[in-house]
Design a protein around this ligand. Structure first.
Ligand code: ADP
Ligand code: MG
Length: 256
């Protein structure tokens, strides 16, 4: 059989990276997450939006086990999150996280911030960790700042460093929780651009953000939360142009 006639390559299997099944969480008596069901496929880009207090951060933090859920299950790469420490460590290595506040170590240079976890958690030799770190700093256009301290950088630059630092751990999925909401307007774009590049490279991403331009151009799916529930989810076009639920319409009318 000639090469042209060879069977087509198998279609790329879309596997599930994150799966939340009937997940509930309470803070004391307060039911903060109600029966959450969510599947994230490899390579999918999901934007989560919703009013303040709707449970977005709590959900993201449960996926990274910074918070514990009480009922239902959360699976990351098929591995169920339980309080088993070994499993937890494995899951955390696969999940990169980027917060509103960058949480860089102020007394360490940018490069030192980046190589810390690869050396101590991934057990990389220092030289290889530096090479890896410089590579990612270049990708977020900040390599020339590697010897500076976080306080010497702008907020936008620090957030790009924080993203590069997560990437050094070779995560299979990146979680973002309002990564631009603490930034001055002129710095928002430089961070969104880095996130968009990451999306174009095929990273699986779950982003809590109110940057609806980003949602429209990057997201495969937009999820709207209110009162601890996923109220509505759809492709960006349908979500923005034809929201189904009153609560979604009200939210969009307030932010767009
Ligand atoms: P969002 O990120 O959508 O603004 P959060 O997930 O931060 O919402 O919070 C959801 C709800 O849970 C809010 O009512 C908030 O006050 C409450 N909450 C958040 N963290 C805690 C906590 N540690 N203890 C008790 N209540 C909390
Ligand atoms: Mg939040």
């Amino acid at each position: 059989m000639s090469e042209q006639n060879a069977a087509p390559a198998a279609t790329i299997e879309q596997d599930t990276v994150i799966s939340l099944v009937d997940m509930n969480k309470w803070y004391g008596d307060f039911h903060v997450l109600k029966n959450i069901n969510l599947n994230v496929q490899r390579g999918e880009r999901i934007v989560i939006c919703g009013p303040s207090g709707s449970g977005k951060s709590t959900m993201i933090r449960c996926i990274n086990q910074l918070e514990e859920h009480q009922t239902g299950s959360i699976l990351v790469n098929g591995q169920e999150l339980t309080s088993n420490t070994k499993a937890l460590e494995r899951v955390r290595k696969d999940v990169g996280m980027c917060f509103q506040h960058f949480n860089l170590f102020p007394h360490m240079t940018i490069l030192e911030n980046l190589i810390l976890a690869p050396i101590w958690v991934r057990k990389m030799p220092r030289k290889a960790a530096i090479e890896l770190a410089m590579n990612y700093l270049e990708r977020v256009n900040i390599a020339e700042q590697s010897e500076k301290y976080p306080g010497q950088l702008s907020g936008g630059q620090q957030q790009r460093v924080a993203i590069a630092r997560s990437l050094c751990m070779a995560p299979k999925v990146m979680l973002f929780d309002e990564p631009t909401s603490a930034l001055d307007p002129e710095m928002i774009k430089e961070v969104l651009d880095v996130m968009e590049e990451l999306a174009n490279d095929g990273m699986t991403m779950l982003c809590v953000t109110h940057e609806m331009g980003f949602a429209k151009s990057v997201a495969d799916r937009v999820i709207f939360m209110d009162g601890g529930e996923i109220v509505e989810e759809n492709e960006p076009d349908a979500f923005f142009n034809n929201p189904q639920m009153d609560r979604t319409q009200l939210f969009l009318s307030q932010i767009l």
